[in-house]
Design a protein around this ligand. Structure first.
Ligand SMILES: [Zn+2]
Length: 308
């Protein structure tokens, strides 16, 4: 269903884009589903672009008038098409290591030293993958403005260490990037990711109480009146994952046995791949650390986990 709305004559929201003076949000190909994302553009004659991997033709139409390209974090589905731009690149300071090159990316994600390291390096080589050259790093509270519209950096860690969103105060609109309120739920599958930070980020978004939340993927706009329910749903998914592990750990299990059950990715329908295994293993391990810290499970002498 095509949902179109005009709020106070300010924002024009359709299934393909959101428009207002000085603001354009392009919906990514395939409704912004991975590996595409939604792209935020501010300015008119000259523009600032955030996360370019939406739709190649739409991006090619704005590259020549782009002054700055900003990344919310380092994941490939947000940085592809960077090679089409000839301007200054900006990224969040806490993700600096990942933007330093392939080695740094391997370290920041946790793939370095994991059983998946060799396959990962081979895959990147076969795709001639290069990280964008970023020389400018922003931090929470920094702002970028062009014309009548401002982008305020809002650090929203958890998904990655530096993961950031942008508040556009003129429209009370918060672009939350990969706090995306999809059915999959919160994602924290890199070494630098954190469940506790993700929970704090959800609370931060609640406290900010924006009129519109726009995400980087499938879920397009979350209106103010829907936000509380969406935040609770996301909090509950983390809680349900904890409970699922407590149920499984009525008998001792090691990480590999847990991973073989695909307790998090199993329902997603995503094809089995070493990267899925890597990310899911990281997510399981983070739940184990969290449950150990809460004193709800313990580790046996042979490295298995069991409910107390
Ligand atoms: Zn991401």
């Amino acid at each position: 269903m095509c949902r179109t709305a005009v709020h106070n004559g300010e924002l024009i929201i359709s299934e393909e884009k959101i428009e207002a003076p000085g603001l354009l949000i392009l919906r990514g190909d395939n409704t912004g589903r991975y590996p595409y994302c939604n792209t935020l553009v501010i300015g008119e004659d000259r523009v600032v672009v955030v996360d370019p991997h939406s739709s190649r033709s739409a991006i090619e139409a704005i590259t020549s008038r782009t002054e700055m390209l900003l990344f919310t974090h380092y994941h490939t589905d947000h940085i592809r098409y960077h090679q089409l731009f000839h301007c200054e690149f900006y990224a969040p300071a806490p993700d600096r290591l990942a933007f330093s090159g392939i080695e740094g990316l391997a370290q920041h994600t946790g793939i370095l030293g994991s059983p998946y390291e060799t396959q990962w390096f081979k895959r990147l080589e076969s795709r001639s993958w290069r990280m964008p050259e970023v020389h400018n790093f922003y931090k929470d509270g920094d702002s970028f403005s062009l014309g009548s519209v401002t982008l305020q950096v809002v650090h929203l860690p958890g998904h990655t260490k530096g993961h950031s969103g942008f508040l556009i105060p003129e429209y009370n609109l918060l672009f939350t990037a990969d706090v995306d309120f999809t059915d999959f739920g919160p994602w924290y599958g890199n070494a630098c990711s954190s469940i506790e930070d993700f929970i704090a980020t959800l609370e931060k978004i609640r406290q900010m109480s924006p009129r519109y939340v726009v995400t980087a993927h499938e879920r397009w706009v979350v209106y103010a009146e829907e936000l509380e329910e969406e935040i609770r749903r996301y909090q509950n998914i983390i809680q349900q994952r904890d409970e699922m592990f407590l149920e499984l750990l009525k008998k001792p299990m090691d990480l590999n046995s847990l991973l073989n059950l695909h307790p998090i990715y199993g329902k997603s329908g995503m094809k089995n791949d070493f990267m899925i295994n890597f990310m899911e293993a990281q997510m399981i391990e983070k739940h184990m650390q969290r449950l150990l810290k809460k004193g709800l499970i313990e580790k046996t002498g042979d490295g298995r986990y069991v409910r107390k």
